[in-house]
Design a protein around this ligand. Structure first.
Ligand SMILES: [Zn+2]
Length: 311
């Protein structure tokens, strides 16, 4: 089993402010935790280069990309909304994050890795075709799906989004594209609280506050199993957000650390059954550093086929 970890150091350079939840400390916490118990040494480590313009255009409007590339301020961050900012290095960091998922798809399709985890930021799943929002500038999961289709000729992709917020951006970009099935779990009623009816190629699993990880796993099985069996995905992409952890103050879900292992294993089982095991995981949210690190560790242990007892 080869698990690739694509963790470009430049993704730390997107830095809004010390108070902002999406802070470079997130990647430091993940790196430290993966090293702490030896998980790191079981992974193949990679950096990434910036995605090419044609890859960004797979998901985004040329005008919006032009705005981002011009909006690299020397001093004050530019606000896209009251929590999403473009700073001096944001454009380059976001392009490198997108480059990481392109590289990951290449590794999977060349059979250089069995699965891949991209430890990247800014996150992506709120970024829509024409606008960034919710800390997100470029939609990495959407680019990965479209790139696998256009560059590698894959016909059917599955995106499983386990972040505690709905992936409005992924739905905006890939909604009604029958080549992609989007299964999205999220806490009902919180940001982005979209009122748009779910597109035909998506399954929304709105979870009540205090839903446990076990309940979320059962919901994934109950709501999505038949659609996934019909879709027969050739690649599974996880939008891996960890803000459903009970310690994460961003949401009111009650996932425990090891629930992320179970959710990951469910996605691995789908990949094993339909996709020759190919699974690309893309970091989305997760803002409580003390639970983010261990949750990502549980996720990566599952990807790498490592026992829980590896300490
Ligand atoms: Zn989130």
């Amino acid at each position: 089993m080869i698990t690739a970890l694509i963790a470009p150091s430049f993704c730390r350079r997107h830095m809004v402010a010390p108070w902002h939840p999406d802070h470079p400390r997130r990647l430091n916490a993940i790196e430290r935790q993966l090293a702490r118990h030896g998980v790191s040494q079981h992974l193949q480590h990679f950096d990434a280069r910036a995605a090419k313009p044609e890859h960004l255009l797979l998901a985004h409007d040329a005008g919006y990309l032009g705005f981002l590339s011009d909006a690299t301020p020397d001093d004050a961050p530019i606000a896209l909304d009251d929590e999403t900012f473009v700073t001096k290095d944001s454009w380059q960091a976001a392009r490198i994050a997108a480059g990481a998922v392109v590289k990951g798809v290449n590794q999977l399709c060349r059979q250089q890795a069995d699965n891949v985890f991209c430890a990247i930021r800014p996150p992506g799943h709120h970024a829509e075709h024409q606008r960034g929002m919710g800390f997100c500038l470029i939609n990495n999961a959407a680019i990965a799906a479209r790139y696998a289709i256009t560059h590698w000729g894959l016909k059917r992709i599955l995106i499983v989004d386990i972040d505690a917020h709905q992936c409005n951006g992924t739905l905006d970009i890939l909604g009604n594209d029958p080549r992609v099935l989007i299964c999205s779990m999220f806490q009902q009623g919180i940001y982005p609280a979209s009122s748009t009816p779910p597109p035909s190629n998506s399954i929304n699993m709105a979870l009540a506050p205090h839903t446990t990880g076990r309940e979320a796993s059962l919901r994934l099985e109950a709501d999505c199993r038949h659609a996934i069996e019909r879709h027969r995905p050739e690649l599974v992409i996880m939008s891996a957000g960890f803000d459903g952890h009970r310690e994460d103050g961003m949401t009111d879900l009650d996932f425990e650390t090891q629930d992320f292992r179970a959710l990951t294993q469910q996605c691995l089982d789908i990949a094993a059954r339909f996709s020759d095991g190919r699974l690309l995981s893309v970091l989305e949210g997760g803002y409580h550093l003390e639970s983010l690190g261990p949750s990502v560790e549980a996720h990566v242990q599952a990807l790498a086929g490592l026992g829980e007892g590896l300490r």
